[in-house]
Design a binder for this molecule. Structure first.
Ligand code: M6R
Length: 602
């Protein structure tokens, strides 16, 4: 968790550091801070709260510093106080460091340094880093050597950037936490993610685990884990700076919901042939020998994984969706004929990465269905399959769920085709045809949705239930997760048939039941009627002529398409419902309390 940014170059550092932190706030917003090297030493500003609070504390008239580091924090060790905010400095304030990750042996290191007279003022694991560097400087090492020695003492995961008084370099290292270098003429940016500097440059270089870097205004030196000078490939990212702006929208979440017509087009581009009803995912992996699939993920990505597993099973390919945090205790050992699919927007979720690494160890083939190019999951898996949704800044995942579900839909049909026991859906031609119309249909839902009015209708109820069956169950669970995440109201998603096995005890006239009904089965309608009998208001999320419509008190209509597409449209309606309910309640929509977008701790 946490976002780090650093700048070295000809231009002034303060502005790009602040802008970078604003772009990285989705990674954590408990505290923020900046350190720059000026003519007389290091200036450090930091405070609990958000980057907007930090900006008020930057009290310099001199903004000529060109070298600096910044941090936005999601707390792990120690509460979100001013003292625990990064950058942390050594006891003589001559080395400043920012860090994303966890230093597992920090207690031992702290004890040893304390015995040697080094003083600590925070509860964090990070504070050992500047003090270790100071220790090695005090013992006669040059800055780069001091940094390298310090890094080699650390156990755990980290992306680190440091500035040292009197020195014109940023020293940085990566081990298990993301770090990317942005290159501009005579300026370099180091960050946890590309959006931090995308307004300045789209030319990037991804660091490898074990890399140590020295970045100066006139060049970069990378030393790999073997201690050798290394070259890394320079790439252009195809994200546009505008994709990380809010534009005319009040929140990123609303912008990202509204950008689904374009993001879905990108997800689908070139991946199916309408004439031949063929799916082409351009995968280098031979998947013909696969006899079972594990789809492993967390949160929203887990709901997309449920969606994918359900489709694969419908096509005769045995598949299970498994919560990544439960993988080691409930998945069983995969075989060499198992395909392990990590579904992860960020590609950095620790629970998912841990599961991926055990599956690899067991010999399974591995695929990462991810949004972030060169993310850890993309690099660790045998092959990445990118969902191409573009950068998602709002903590609540919206457009990436749609793109994950569509990517997994294509993958399910592809696997059904190439594996022995599978066969694609009989309705594949209709599916392919409707997928090419999906963007237009999403646009229609966005233009005609009644979600804003409904959000006011059902404000301040006791709880909100979402029910559905099959693919509708994953949409119900996703609808509830989105709702609780941004409104802070109690919401639960259930398989509709499960309602009568317990949750019905919670149903009253104060618990609206959002019922996702897409296919012709009467079962979900019956389950909704059981809730209605107990007084619950029923909101149908369905095509206008579905059997649920007469039972329902209110409606969120979706166009009738191939059921897979209709379920995704139902999800768009629920995204809007969550967004407008949270707006009515005046919640911090893009940065919900206690959360962060990418959870890099287990
Ligand atoms: O980056 P990932 O897809 O691996 O993230 C997994 C979850 O943390 C994430 O989906 C989370 O549940 C979302 N914030 C929900 O909107």
């Amino acid at each position: 968790m946490c976002g780090i940014i650093a700048h070295a170059g000809d231009r002034e550092a303060l502005d790009p550091l602040v802008t970078g932190l604003e772009k990285l706030e989705y990674r954590g917003y408990d505290s923020a801070g900046i350190a720059v090297k000026n003519g007389h030493g290091l200036d450090v500003w930091k405070c609990s709260g958000q980057v907007s609070d930090l900006k008020r504390t930057i009290n310099t008239v001199d903004s000529s510093a060109t070298l600096g580091i910044g941090h936005t924090r999601w707390s792990t060790h120690g509460p979100p106080t001013d003292e625990n905010a990064h950058p942390h400095t050594d006891h003589s304030d001559r080395v400043a460091a920012v860090h994303n990750g966890i230093i597992e042996n920090y207690e031992t290191l702290k004890e040893k340094l304390s015995e040697d007279g080094y003083e600590f003022t925070s509860d964090t694991d990070t504070e050992v880093i500047p003090n270790l560097i100071r220790y090695y400087l005090d013992h006669g090492n040059e800055p780069l050597a001091a940094f390298e020695h310090a890094v080699s003492d650390l156990d755990g995961s980290y992306a680190i950037a440091t500035v040292i008084e009197g020195n014109d370099s940023i020293f940085a290292a990566r081990q298990g936490s993301p770090l990317v270098l942005g290159l501009e003429e005579n300026s370099y940016y180091l960050a946890s993610d590309v959006p931090a500097f995308l307004s300045q440059t789209d030319t990037v270089l991804y660091l490898e685990d074990g890399d140590v870097l020295e970045v100066r205004s006139d060049g970069v030196e990378i030393i790999d884990e073997e201690g050798q000078l290394a070259q890394r490939e320079v790439e252009q990212v195809d994200w546009q700076p505008g994709e990380t702006e809010k534009a005319q929208f009040d929140h990123y979440m609303l912008k990202e919901i509204h950008s689904q017509p374009e993001s879905l087009q990108k997800t689908l581009e070139g991946r199916f042939d309408r004439e031949k009803d063929e799916i082409d995912l351009d995968l280098g992996l031979d998947l013909s020998g696969i006899d079972s699939v594990q789809l492993v993920a967390c949160g929203t990505s887990y709901h997309a994984a449920m969606f994918g597993a359900s489709l694969l099973n419908q096509c005769g390919v045995p598949a299970r969706s498994i919560r990544a945090s439960e993988y080691d205790v409930s998945a069983g050992t995969p075989s060499e004929r198992t395909l392990f699919i990590a579904v992860t927007q960020s590609g950095e979720t620790a629970d998912t990465l841990t599961a991926l690494s055990s599956a690899k160890e067991a010999g399974a083939s591995t695929l990462a269905v991810t949004n972030v190019v060169q993310s850890t999951a993309a690099r660790e898996a045998d092959e990445p399959l990118y969902i191409r949704a573009g950068p998602e800044i709002g903590v609540a995942a919206t457009k990436t769920f749609s793109s994950q579900a569509v990517t997994l839909t294509l993958l399910s049909q592809f696997l059904a085709e190439v594996t022995d026991d599978g066969s694609p859906l009989d309705t594949l031609p209709e599916l392919v045809s409707d997928l090419s119309e999906l963007s237009n249909a999403v646009e229609q839902v966005l233009q005609t949705s009644d979600a804003e009015r409904l959000s006011r209708e059902y404000l301040n109820e006791r709880a909100y239930f979402f029910i559905g069956r099959g693919l509708g169950c994953s949409v119900a669970k996703e609808g509830a997760l989105k709702f609780k995440e941004v409104t802070y109201e109690h919401a639960e998603g259930f398989a509709s048939g499960e309602l009568k096995h317990g949750p019905l005890a919670l149903v009253t006239e104060r618990t609206p039941v959002f019922t996702i009904c897409v296919d012709g089965s009467r079962k979900t309608v019956t389950n909704a009627e059981e809730a209605k009998t107990r007084g619950a208001p029923i909101v149908a999320v369905s095509p206008p002529d579905h059997g649920i419509v007469d039972t329902a008190d209110e409606h969120l209509y979706v166009p009738e398409m191939h059921p897979i597409c209709t379920y995704l449209l139902a999800n768009v309606q629920l995204q809007l419902l969550s967004y407008y309910s949270a707006t009515e309640l005046d919640r911090a929509i893009d940065k919900p309390r206690n959360l962060a977008k990418s959870v890099t701790v287990e």
